[in-house]
Design a protein around this ligand. Structure first.
Ligand code: DGJ
Length: 749
């Protein structure tokens, strides 16, 4: 950038900062406005230094080629505007024979070869049994916001294309394409998407999302010490146990709105691995991609293997801003189009009300009640097909059960449509019950080894989707279903993990490719189905939140985060979820009490918890009394008024559910005209007053009209300045147990 351009930009920035301090422009907007500096390309190659500078939002990412021709990470952090600051890249100094320079140099994509002993990005057996991969820079190509760097193994038999993309708000993606450039088979044993390197320091902390069935995405944070911490799935799908997201703060500890946070997430719905490794030299690297456990992927000459995108970003404004960057990135670049631009409809789902006992009259009765309270999409869950009266039978036979639906699904769908809703249906296409026509016809279609047990989980087996015939069967069944019925939405479930992962018809050397092939074929089925039915929307569900990741979210509008619908438990699940994923994708149902915890929260509380994402209802509406129907109608109407703000706005986590008896979230609309505060009291303690809640993300000088929806704040004024709301705060008057408030603020201009 030329010096005069910089001066102009600095002046502009200073003016903007002034506006920020006056509350006329938010800090977030400032970061966003910093994006397009006139004439500055998002990716620049500095020839003299052999360095690439990738800039977006408030972040820069710099990599270069060192004197050994290795590709080396140079910098990742707050934006550095001046290209002349970068000079020729040097590898790390030689320490001793035990830790040579190759072992301490922060390579972008290290192979397992030469004197390298840390987590590699690529491990392979090359022609002639050579197990040594040493990658050197060969060429590069810049196209707008995309950079491709070609690396070659020193033996010439393997080429790796590293793909980078920098998005306008500074989120980056990395992936690789590994190509066999030899004339013999090459077997890939570990294929990572890439490694992120942080400066050597003590004091880093790792945040990640851990849990189990019924308790997914619990936010966890712990100090990083020397050694490796691995979060992963070996289960074939993303998993309910760990989610492929990380955040690292430090060396000084970050908070919700301050401090350095590097964060990232994998776009892959199969077995994955993220290794966070602090070396004895205090360097920190985060390597992620396919799980290398039971991994082996042979490539014939000329064949290649692509790794999934590993997205990441940086902010110096804490975990809150890290999430907001991720949310915006997902809304603008990840979620499928064109539905990404539309509000999520209010949904009803039958599962908790009727279980497997679905039939035409019962579902029609529920649909009538759902329409009455303002539901826009009616979804019939499990139980409608084959011999499906319980989890014991029917999976694989995707035809309506003739006793439950004697005239097919049409009469029910017609009823639902005449009530002004669209219709959605539950499916679990990758699975089969051994008691099904499909399994009786094709017992060879499941993952299994000859002469070994076929372990059932939830009475089901995993179809071997790696087989082309199985994939085509799955696609054809879904296509028929959607073509013959007016289905707007599929809830695509997956209720068990992979076991005995054999592919009996494939040569042994190919069998381990199922970990990659199954997922790619699952993606392919969705992509082709959606291409044939462009209006079809999909929810990703896997016994709750077992398939929530940025791979599936490029293909499905929403996910089901957990089978646990207890509203109080849900606060913690949603809190963790919001660190990685936008609330728009988070389906959340209001269900009946006592909940699965035997807890009975009031209906308003249950609604307000669910309204912090994409609102759904799963209660048995036919049992609701008129008062409950009236509360629900009021809450659904409120949700429709604020859903643009919740689904598309900026989320501020004001008080975490883990930190005390009060929790609160605030959402500010994209245009700053509406803000919504949700507050939840867990349990009153005698004499303890709830603290004031300080809002964020408002304009200090603007005035807001308060619509106190549940009358649960102490203040009686009708309007407030942004300065008051953020600095003095609002005083909740919540009492007893499970009390909740929603406060809607409309900006007066
Ligand atoms: C598991 C899902 O998470 C539930 O919501 C429900 O769809 C059941 N499967 C149906 O079998």
């Amino acid at each position: 950038m030329s010096p005069h351009l910089f001066v102009r930009r600095r002046r502009g920035l200073d003016r903007l900062k002034l506006l920020v301090s006056c509350g006329l422009v938010s800090a977030v907007a400032l970061a966003a406005l910093a994006i397009p500096v006139r004439g500055e390309a998002p990716i620049r190659f500095i020839d003299s230094a052999k360095v690439w500078v990738l800039s977006g939002g408030n972040a820069s990412y710099v990599l270069g080629v060192n004197e050994r021709n290795e590709l080396q990470s140079v910098y990742w952090g707050k934006r550095i505007w001046r290209d002349q600051d970068w000079t020729v890249v040097k590898s790390s100094p030689q320490w001793d024979g035990v830790d040579p320079s190759t072992n301490t140099t922060p390579e972008e994509y290290p192979g397992w070869g030469g004197l390298r002993f840390f987590e590699p990005c690529l491990k392979a057996t090359l022609a002639g049994g050579v197990r040594d991969v040493v990658l050197e820079y060969a060429a590069h190509d810049i196209r707008g916001d995309e950079l491709s760097v070609t690396m070659k193994d020193i033996g010439g038999g393997l080429a790796v294309e590293l793909r980078y993309r920098i998005y306008p708000n500074g989120v980056l993606s990395k992936s690789s394409v590994i190509r066999n450039a030899s004339n013999a088979v090459v077997t890939i044993e570990s294929a990572q998407s890439g490694a992120w390197q942080l400066p050597a320091a003590e004091g880093y902390h790792l945040s990640y999302l851990a849990g189990r069935w019924g308790e997914e995405t619990l936010y966890t944070r712990e100090p990083i010490h020397r050694g490796s911490k691995v979060i992963e799935s070996r289960r074939g799908s993303t998993s309910n146990q760990f989610n492929p997201w990380f955040a690292i703060d430090g060396p000084e500890e970050a908070g919700e709105e301050h401090g350095n946070v590097w964060f990232g997430a994998l776009g892959w719905s199969g077995s994955w691995k993220i290794a966070v490794e602090q070396t004895p030299h205090r360097d920190l690297r985060i390597t992620g991609g396919y799980n290398d456990f039971d991994f082996s992927y042979p490539l014939k000459p000329g064949e290649s293997l692509s790794t999934p995108p590993f997205y990441a970003g940086f902010t110096d404004h804490g975990f809150g801003e890290a999430s907001r960057l991720m949310h915006r990135f997902q809304l603008e670049h990840i979620l499928p189009r064109p539905s990404a631009g539309h509000p999520r409809p209010v949904l009803y789902n039958s599962w908790e009300a009727t279980g497997f006992a679905v039939d035409e009259p019962g579902q029609t009765a529920l649909a009538r009640k759902a329409a009455e309270i303002g539901v826009e999409r009616f979804v019939m869950d499990d139980g409608w097909f084959g011999a499906r009266d319980s989890s014991l039978a029917g999976l694989g036979d995707w035809v309506p059960n003739p006793k439950k639906f004697p005239h097919g699904l049409k009469p029910l769908i017609d009823n639902v449509k005449s009530l002004g809703m669209d219709f959605g249906l539950w499916v679990e296409p990758e699975m089969v019950n051994s008691d099904s026509d499909l399994y009786r016809a094709h017992p060879d279609w499941v993952l299994s080894f000859p002469g070994r047990p076929r372990s059932e989980a939830r009475n089901q087996l995993v179809l071997n989707l790696s087989r082309e015939d199985v994939k085509e069967y799955v696609l054809a069944s879904l296509d028929k279903l959607v073509s013959e019925n007016e289905i707007a939405f599929l809830k695509w479930d997956l209720n068990r993990n992979f076991s005995e992962p054999g592919w009996q018809e494939a040569p042994p050397a190919e069998q381990k490719t199922i970990w990659v092939r199954h997922v790619n074929n699952y993606y392919d089925v969705i992509d082709r189905l959606r291409a044939r039915h462009p209006k079809l929307e999909i929810e990703s569900c896997a016994s709750g939140g077992g398939r929530v990741d940025l791979g599936v979210l490029t293909r499905t509008e929403e996910v089901w985060p957990s089978d646990n619908t207890d509203a109080f438990d849900r606060l913690s699940i949603q809190y963790g979820y919001s660190h990685a994923y936008t609330p728009k994708t988070m389906m959340a149902w209001v269900t009946d009490v006592p909940s699965m915890d035997q807890r009975s929260e009031p209906l308003e509380y249950r609604f307000l918890v669910a309204m912090m994402g994409s609102l759904g209802i799963g209660s048995n509406l036919t049992k609701w009394n008129p008062e409950e129907v009236q509360v629900a109608s009021r809450m659904v109407a409120l949700y429709k008024r604020i859903r643009g703000t919740v689904q598309e706005g900026q989320l501020y986590r004001l008080l975490a559910p883990v930190d005390g008896s009060l929790s609160a979230n605030e959402y500010v609309s994209q245009n700053g005209k509406q803000a919504v505060l949700f507050a939840f009291l867990h349990a009153q303690q005698y004499g303890r007053l709830a603290p004031s809640i300080h809002l964020r993300g408002l304009a200090e000088t603007a005035v807001y009209r308060v619509g106190v929806v549940e009358g649960k704040i102490a203040e009686k004024q009708e309007t407030f300045s942004g300065a008051y709301l953020m600095n003095h705060g609002l005083t909740p008057s919540l009492k007893g147990e499970f009390d909740a408030a929603a406060v809607v603020l409309e900006r007066l201009d």
